[in-house]
Design a protein around this ligand. Sequence first.
Ligand code: PRP
Length: 212
Amino acid sequence: MSDMLNIALPKGRLGEKAYGMLADAGFSCPAIEENGRKLVFEDPEAGVRFFWVKPSDVAIYVERGAADVGIAGKDILLEYEPEVYELLDLGIGKCRMAVAAPCGCRGEERHTLRVATKFPHIAQRYYASTGRDIDIIRLNGSIELAPIVGLSDVIVDIVETGSTLRENNLEVVDTIVPISARLIANKSSFKFKHGAVERILSGLSRRVEEIK
Ligand code: PRP
């Protein structure tokens, strides 16, 4: 196993923020700051290699050991329940998983509630806890469209600022769980690269405290 610590970062704004926290904690790779299409960056002296990964794939890279650690949203961890260690709440990428519906219309008259979502497992668990009969309609994006065009009664989706809901005349009916970005680690890396993983964890923990 390489001594290099492999870090999977979610492509996009959240990943850039997380990289900023890692760089402030002493784990940087200056070449990563040049915008381009390159996906792997390494700094042999610092002993780190960064990958840019589709946000919903970070946990897969970490679970299978292609990355030792990664930054993943709690939404993905709840949905896929990967076999990884969740080490730290970074306090960034804050949003919530919520049920939303067209204003004033919650599908209460329906026997089986049609729920559109990218998160079928989270939705299933939530409705199992309420005892409501549901029919899950799994979509890949633009979930807010589903109740507008009659594909579903409600949606289970991420709400950050709430502007997507507002602009589409939808409202939150219930909050399921708060979401934020987490540092996760591969279980065997946690054991065999413990020193390096621990350094990342303590460096990031300090940054989290500083920005609180
Ligand atoms: C996410 C989510 C909502 C939106 C919420 O979508 O699915 O649509 O952000 O943010 P807001 O409350 O600040 O408006 P994303 O941009 O990831 O795209 P998607 O349509 O592919 O899910």
